[in-house]
Design a protein around this ligand. Structure first.
Ligand code: TYM
Length: 335
């Protein structure tokens, strides 16, 4: 991150290392991160503190975390421009999380849909971390005084609560935190499941319902071939009545940057087989260079280490400034 006389707006976003990211993660978040790198001061974090709200196998967890760093680098992020780091390497996240817990109400957390979904899914492990997850996430954003947070639509509720907490704190102590805004893609902010296009694409669902960014061309072809569409054989963008077809169209649009009307017109007189072939081609074309770069970068452990160490240092310095400012306002004796 360069020091500029006029400070660029700041961006913070994060992704959990819960496995190989999906095409939804890529389109909704990772792809935008690279696009924003030149215009903003960007910090991108592997949200590994969040991940243990669901029990993890230690060896697999470590591997997933390094894989995520490899994929962020492979997707084109430049660590000389953006700060790339592991959340767990910057202890201020946990510290601010605690402080903000004391400024957040149980009722607010009870309303969070992700908590309801995840506690239904992991009924044997409804832990306090799962409950206060959005507070930790609010702290992630507020620590860096981020102006913008590029995320998919599934994070909207978390962003709203982050803003509410920040405004509450500012209301009590005067200005402490910048109030952040969400930044969403025009198309692809909610990529849907290939098997049930009324639900978001998610790696915690059945294998055939998502494309992973490391899927081979054959697997990608097979998954799209099996993707649920509808029976009226007409290619038109209508997410409400034709969610499956509209999802495939959105994926093409998001990956090519093309215009939806033109795309739909190009399928005039064509069938779903052709639509599926087209979405397969753009997906394979997008992912192939990322996969090749991923294979290369993962062999260079020393480079990866240097990236995350430098990232933690740069992020830590910024985080400490905000944490100290807030602690002073609360009334803690200064170190
Ligand atoms: P996570 O790891 O579930 O997802 C990472 C990013 O991918 C987006 N995303 C999608 N976008 C479009 N379509 C989909 N089907 C889809 N699935 C996922 C998510 O919206 C997200 O942007 N809580 C966050 C991680 C986090 C964070 C933060 C994000 C922790 N602290 C601070 C921003 C700022 C999460 O679990 O994302």
């Amino acid at each position: 991150m360069q020091e500029n006389p006029v400070r660029k707006q700041r961006i913070l976003s994060g992704i959990q290392p819960t496995g190989t990211p999906t095409l939804g993660n890529y389109i909704g978040a990772m792809r935008n991160w690279k696009l924003l790198e030149d215009e903003y001061d960007c910090l991108y974090m592997i949200a590994d503190l969040h991940t243990i709200t669901v029990r993890q196998d230690p060896a697999k967890f470590r591997q997933n975390a390094m894989q995520m760093l490899g994929l962020l680098l492979a997707s084109g992020l430049n660590p000389d421009k953006s700060v790339l780091f592991f959340q767990s390497h910057v202890p201020q996240h946990a510290q601010l999380g605690w402080l903000l817990d004391c400024f957040t109400y149980m009722g607010e957390m009870n309303r969070m849909t992700q908590f309801k979904d995840k506690s239904a899914k992991h009924a044997d492990n409804i832990n306090c971390g799962l409950f206060t997850y959005p507070v930790l996430m609010a702290g992630d954003i507020l620590l860096y005084q981020a102006n913008l947070v590029p995320v998919g639509r599934d994070q909207t509720q978390h962003l709203e609560i982050c803003r509410d907490i920040a405004m509450r704190v500012n209301g009590i102590y005067g200005h402490v935190f910048t109030i952040p805004e969400g930044y969403y893609s025009k198309v692809g902010a909610r990529v849907m499941s290939l098997q049930d296009p009324t639900r978001k694409m998610s790696k915690s669902e059945a294998e055939d319902s998502f494309i992973s960014v490391l899927d081979t061309p054959d697997v990608i072809r097979r998954k799209y071939r099996r993707a649920v569409t509808d029976s009226d054989a007409c290619i038109r963008f209508d997410p409400e009545n034709k969610p499956g077809v509209s999802n495939l169209l959105s994926i093409i649009c998001a990956l090519t940057g093309g215009d939806m009307d033109q795309l739909v017109a190009s399928f005039e007189g064509k069938g779903y087989g052709e639509l599926k072939a087209a979405v397969t081609d753009v997906t394979v074309e997008t992912l192939a260079p990322i996969q090749a770069e991923f294979a290369r970068v993962m062999k260079d452990k020393a480079y990866m280490e240097s990236v995350y160490r430098a990232g933690a240092q740069r992020a830590g310095a910024l985080a400490e400034r905000t944490l100290q400012k807030f602690m002073k306002k609360i009334g803690y004796v200064q170190k």
